[in-house]
Design a binder for this molecule. Structure first.
Ligand code: AMP
Length: 226
């Protein structure tokens, strides 16, 4: 049995064509069903629905053989990038180039970010991505006070809770609708394949087959986009 951990939403929708390229079709619709373990057209492949932030944990400890997770989540959960780096037991073989977005700094329209960034001044930044934000502002030599939030980050500058936020931006529509301006792009984000290293050894042929099919599909899609 091969168990794949996925989260609902963007990642789930974007991974379906890649799974199909590996001959795997999910039989249940997570938006219609309350099941957390989904069957596929292959009796020896199943999908677990977990929270995005739990995907690395499931894969690292072998609750799932492989999973798909955003680079934001991997970085924030302390996993560094590259196939040889990262948390023990977690192999990161492939950038799937799906659920693409960026992680950016945003402020209230009209807020003087440049002045606030001048060394010596102090800024309050609200974010779910405390580690990424801390590293980013430290690299700029700017001291910030970080406030950890779990959602609706956009509210923080509007209510005076913080001067700035660090959050994922895709179209920019959410920022615009809340009178916020993107002032700095910290990094581009996409979803990556993660694989349990022990599972890779014990179930090498079926896991390699999926990794290789994904790699070909990603390459073909990138070439067609160019
Ligand atoms: P947008 O309005 O298209 O810029 O999307 C921004 C909102 O969607 C923010 O609340 C983000 O946290 C969220 N978001 C954008 N891209 C992603 C992604 N790839 N994965 C998860 N959440 C995202």
């Amino acid at each position: 049995m091969i168990t794949i951990a996925l989260s609902k939403g963007r990642i789930f929708d974007d991974i379906l064509p890649l799974l199909k390229s590996a001959g795997i079709e999910v039989l249940d619709d997570p938006e219609q069903s309350r099941k957390l373990i989904l069957d596929t057209n292959q009796s020896d492949v199943r999908v677990l629905l977990v929270r995005a932030t739990d995907v690395p944990t499931y894969v690292q400890y072998g609750g799932a053989d492989m999973g798909v997770v955003g680079k934001d989540t991997l970085l924030e959960s302390g996993n560094s990038f590259g196939s040889n780096a990262g948390v023990a037991g977690l192999y990161q073989p492939l950038d799937l180039q799906i659920a693409k977005c960026r992680i950016s700094v945003a402020v209230r329209d009209g807020f003087d970010y440049a002045a606030a960034m001048k060394q010596g001044s102090r800024m309050t930044v609200a974010t779910k991505y405390v580690a990424i934000a801390r590293d980013f502002f430290a690299s700029k030599g700017v001291h910030v006070d970080l406030i950890k939030l779990y959602g609706s980050m956009e509210l923080a500058p509007l209510t005076g809770l913080a001067d700035a936020i660090v959050d994922l931006v895709s179209t920019g529509n959410t920022l615009k609708a809340n009178h916020l301006t993107e002032v700095e792009r910290i990094m581009d984000i996409s979803s990556h394949l993660v694989v349990n290293q022990t599972a890779l050894k014990l179930k090498q042929a079926p896991i390699r087959k999926i990794i290789d099919a994904f790699a070909v599909a990603v390459k073909n899609r990138t070439e067609n986009q160019d």
